[in-house]
Design a protein around this ligand. Structure first.
Ligand code: AP5
Length: 220
């Protein structure tokens, strides 16, 4: 199965992709995580992306499409994926369609996680992530079960993203509305679009996503 999670920054795409991937034998493909790994490795792509990401703007289509084209060829992605944060522009969506078509694969569902801008700043300001395994938490909505200890890997080290500040969040929201929101009608025209209310509690959003996946699987 090939799924796309659409939605604003801080909307819960990464949280849900992580919860769904094991159950469905899919891999989460987060272009944000791939770019952050490129920055951490000091690669040429990472150097190009670093400033752009910190400002909240989008990295160029060429770079991101190149990363995804390589990643979907990996064995784990051949079993199916959940795209988290890609595509983000019409050019990226068209490139993904072409990449999949050439491999006789196709998208089964594109799901918009709907969260109003008014909730986004609180979501992003409270986010922190396990340094070792990447599990995401929130100061108010999703705290580790044992204070200061990651539920998944037991690490005690957490980090906050450099683009999770008020100024960059506004730029990210602007980029979302101008460049990514047009993908909602793009997938609607193809009969692939589903919507979930991303303001519900995390577990409730997961249940609704599972219902959509069951329907998509029945039609695939
Ligand atoms: P990226 O890493 O993709 O960030 P984003 O889209 O801004 O999304 P986030 O990761 O911030 O949010 P999310 O929706 O995953 O929310 P989360 O689950 O963490 O991209 C970063 C940058 O990389 C971009 O700005 C750009 O520069 C570059 N980039 C990446 N992809 C690109 C592309 N394709 N093209 C060009 N540039 C690209 O949840 C947020 C918080 O809320 C967490 O603390 C979580 O615990 C909490 N939470 C989640 N769900 C709920 C809920 N239902 N109720 C209460 N709290 C919740």
């Amino acid at each position: 199965m090939h799924l796309i999670l659409l939605g604003p920054p801080g909307g819960g795409k990464g949280t849900q992709a992580k919860l769904l991937q094991d159950e469905y034998g899919l891999v989460q493909l987060s272009t944000g995580d791939m770019l952050r790994a490129a920055i951490a490795s000091g690669s040429a792509i990472g150097q190009q992306a670093k400033e752009v990401m910190a400002s909240g703007k989008l990295v160029s289509d060429d770079i991101v499409i190149g990363i995804v084209a390589e990643r979907i060829e990996q064995p784990d992605a051949k079993r199916g994926f959940i795209m988290d944060g890609f595509p983000r522009t019409t050019a990226q969506a068209e490139a993904l369609d072409a990449l999949l078509k050439a491999r006789k694969r196709r998208i089964d569902a594109a799901i918009e996680v709907q969260v109003p801008d008014s909730l986004i700043v609180e979501r992003i300001a409270g986010r922190f992530t396990c340094k070792k395994c990447g599990t995401g938490y929130h100061e108010k909505f999703h705290r580790p079960k044992v204070e200061g200890t990651c539920d998944v890997c037991g690490s005690h080290e957490f980090f906050r993203r450099p683009d999770d500040n008020a100024q960059a969040v506004q730029v990210r929201l602007d980029a979302y509305h101008r460049l990514t929101a047009p993908l909602i009608p793009y997938y609607e025209r193809q009969g692939l679009l589903h919507r979930v209310d991303g303001t519900l509690p995390i577990e409730e959003v997961t249940q609704r996503l599972k219902a959509i996946l069951a329907e998509a699987r029945a039609h695939s």
